[in-house]
Design a protein around this ligand. Structure first.
Ligand code: FAD
Ligand code: DLZ
Ligand code: SF4
Length: 516
């Protein structure tokens, strides 16, 4: 008995189940493979993050006394596929089996599962780095007519005791969302960010990423993602001291100038395993008990991690592979080409996309209400939009990206993620942001050459999807307004929207946008 312990790029935690009770003869493998960098054209920061963090983690394992085989991208015998690399290395070291913790994407899990009975058998281990397992979620969901985040979240609060006073929620309420909807305010000063130093190992990894993937989105010149646990802890501490107290109030605000506002920027570190969700939630809770952050901020923050993050993961694993094929609103449009280069005169979209190109990051409301909302109103097909979100964000792994994009943004899952689509007109963006004052369009006009495209697209979306949506009780009010509108007005809006849609430059993907 001699196991090969395969550690994937998003499993960089010393507490990983794969590593527990490893026998002395075990070989740990980490593999840089081009297949994982290219199956969607990932942002260069994301590739740099994985390569630098994997190399540092391999070093940390060696320091702890593990025998580590590390495949570099340039190794001459690299097969460039995770499965083939693991089997090649296992054979090379004379291993009798391969152990791996549940990967973050179904395609890999399925490929590994199919090898459980092979001559070199794979053994899949449950990932314990979350508050819940897919089985826990399935158990909770069993027999429920409707799945709703709020009920799942309350159960997790009770189970973990986070922000609980006995059996009751701290402050007497489960949810303080009504305090968390303040728009952008020109007087706000956002915290300056910690700048991480790049040691030789990081520099070398970033150079390798640059050499191989310079045609991908972004530039490594301003790379500032945490690549070690120590750097991730610096970001955590910085957020607790400088961001958390205002996180709640401005959670939904959008700024024309500031990409991060009071958001934590911890998603990438959490998703690759440099931080645990437990330690992050407990640290935030402590700020509340120490009187350093108000309850609406701390509760709002914990709900994102203990609630949404676990909920989307549960949905993903209990509904794949069928989830990925869902398209309940029947969308067929390709992605507008400017999603890859930001070349649009719609200011809100231009800023959200440019910030994405700069940082491999956009905050939740930009993803949901700007790039997401626009794609929903235009009817972009789920496959194209999901590939884009998976490629461009450093925190994107399919278990979390897919339910957010296909479910929350495109309402393609029949309402598992949200009871209604998050569709909105230019009025919403104007209320929450300071974009419109810099835009050539006016959010107050619905038709005419200066009209904000979101406005006519919004009504057009409601009209074209009425059959699916007008019986939804939460959409009743808005369909009431639509039906009271004069025919001429409806016709003018329809024409405005259709003209706009016909003029949209579409792309089949990154290659086409950039190389033709
Ligand atoms: P904060 O605003 O500081 O929130 C704190 C933490 O809560 C985040 O780090 C994250 O771990 C968690 N969180 C917040 N919202 C969600 C959510 N809706 N689902 C799951 N976790 C959440 N998040 C990813 O981690 N990876 C993705 O690939 C991803 N794709 C998304 C795609 C779309 C279309 C949308 C609308 C959202 C997506 N999100 C994704 C969720 C969310 O936008 C990001 O987690 C968040 O913007 C990351 O920034 P932050 O760390 O500053 O978050
Ligand atoms: C995203 C990514 C990239 C760019 N590179 C690698 C890699 O070289 N090796 C690796 O193990 N993982 C990488 N990943 C993450 C994978 O695509 C995938 O999401 C996870 O391995 C699933 O657990
Ligand atoms: Fe965006 Fe419309 Fe405002 Fe321009 S006017 S920034 S397109 S919401």
């Amino acid at each position: 008995y001699k196991p090969l312990l395969l550690v994937l790029g998003d499993q960089l935690s010393l507490s990983l189940a794969t590593l527990r009770d490893a026998p002395n003869n075990a070989v740990v493998a980490l593999c840089e493979v081009s297949e994982e960098a290219r199956y969607v054209p990932h942002h260069i920061h994301k590739i740099g993050l994985f390569m630098a963090a994997m190399r540092h983690f391999a070093q940390a394992l060696r320091d702890k006394g593990y025998t580590v085989h590390y495949t570099r991208l340039d190794d001459p015998d690299n097969t460039h596929s995770l499965i083939e690399e693991a089997e090649r290395i296992a054979t090379q070291y004379g291993c009798s089996e391969i152990h791996v913790t549940r990967p973050g994407e179904w395609r890999l899990w399925d490929a590994m599962r199919q090898r459980q009975q092979a001559t070199l058998p794979w053994q899949l281990i449950e990932d314990e780095r979350f508050f819940t397992t897919p089985d826990d979620f399935a158990h909770w969901a069993h027999g429920r007519k409707q799945l709703r985040l709020e009920y799942f979240y309350r159960e997790q609060r009770k189970r973990t005791g986070l922000l609980m006073e006995g059996d009751a929620p701290a402050g007497g309420q489960w949810n303080f969302d009504h305090d968390n909807r303040e728009p952008i305010d020109a007087t706000l000063r956002f915290p300056a960010l910690p700048q991480h130093t790049q040691d030789a190992l990081t520099k070398e990894a970033l150079n390798d990423a640059k050499r191989h993937f310079s045609d991908h989105m972004g530039s490594l010149d301003n790379f500032n993602l945490p690549v070690t646990r120590r750097q991730a802890l610096v970001d955590l501490k910085h957020f607790l001291n400088h961001g958390l107290a205002d996180f709640g109030r401005y959670q939904d605000a959008i700024s024309d100038a500031a990409p991060f506002l009071y958001h934590s920027r911890l998603s990438a570190a959490l998703n690759i395993g440099l931080l645990t969700p437990q330690e992050v939630c407990e640290a935030a809770e402590q700020q509340y008990y120490d009187g350093k952050a108000p309850l609406n901020a701390v509760e709002g923050f914990i709900r994102q991690i203990l609630g949404w993050r676990e909920y989307v993961r549960g949905l993903y694993w209990t509904h794949m592979p069928n989830y990925k094929r869902e398209n309940r609103l029947g969308f067929e449009r390709d992605l507008p080409a400017f999603y890859w280069d930001g070349n649009t005169d719609m200011r809100c979209l231009q800023r959200a996309i440019q910030m994405t190109i700069d940082n491999s990051y956009a905050h939740h409301i930009q993803r949901l209400m700007v790039t997401g909302n626009f794609a929903l109103l235009c009817g972009v097909k789920p496959e194209a939009l999901c590939d884009w979100y998976l490629a461009v964000y450093a925190d994107a792994c399919e278990w979390v990206e897919l339910p957010n994009t296909l479910g929350m943004v495109l309402h393609a899952d029949g309402g598992l993620m949200g009871s209604k689509p998050y569709c909105a007109s230019g009025k919403y963006i104007d209320k929450m942001s300071d974009h419109c004052q810099h835009c050539r369009y006016s959010p107050k006009q619905v038709t005419g050459p200066k009209a904000c495209p979101f406005n006519s697209l919004y009504w057009h979306f409601l009209e074209t999807n009425a059959e699916q949506l007008n019986r939804n009780p939460r959409m009743k009010l808005i369909y009431g307004s639509l039906s009271r509108m004069k025919d001429e007005k409806r016709e003018a809006m329809r024409q405005q929207a259709e003209q706009f849609l016909a003029s949209l430059p579409t792309s089949q993907g990154y290659g086409q946008a950039h190389h033709t």
